[in-house]
Design a protein around this ligand. Structure first.
Ligand code: FES
Length: 121
């Protein structure tokens, strides 16, 4: 059993039902949280940390997407991000990226595939 088998995030079914999920993690020895979601059928994960004023994207609302469903949106000041790359599309932080976290799928379960990441229960 590989090391990443210890970092199961969720099943596809759970992600589909929840819309998006958060997981407490330690990344590079820093406690933080991750957001996980599916976009156009593909699962993505990012550190839940907006570069603008260092808030979680869902800090003001229980949502991480804008009303179109095409962009991630920080609920603090409304900055939007490309869900596939994490790149900010709003002028102040244009081009800066959310920290992406690699995922791997094994038998319908998603795992974090990052060396310096541990799930915190
Ligand atoms: S903190 Fe995210 S838009 Fe300002």
């Amino acid at each position: 059993m590989g090391k990443r088998q210890h970092n199961p995030v969720c099943t596809h079914q759970e992600l589909h039902e929840a819309g998006y999920l958060m997981r407490k993690i330690s990344f590079k020895n820093q406690p933080t949280s991750a957001i996980i979601f599916a976009f156009e059928g593909i699962a993505y994960a990012y550190i839940n940390h907006c570069m603008h004023m260092h808030r979680p994207l869902n800090c003001e609302q229980d949502a991480i997407f804008d009303e179109t469903g095409k962009y991630l949106r920080c609920s603090m000041h409304g900055f939007i991000f490309d869900p596939k790359t994490g790149e900010c599309q709003s002028p102040v932080c244009f081009g800066q990226r959310l920290q992406a976290l690699r995922l791997e799928e094994i038998d319908d379960t998603l795992y974090f595939a990052e060396k310096h990441l541990q799930l915190i229960d």
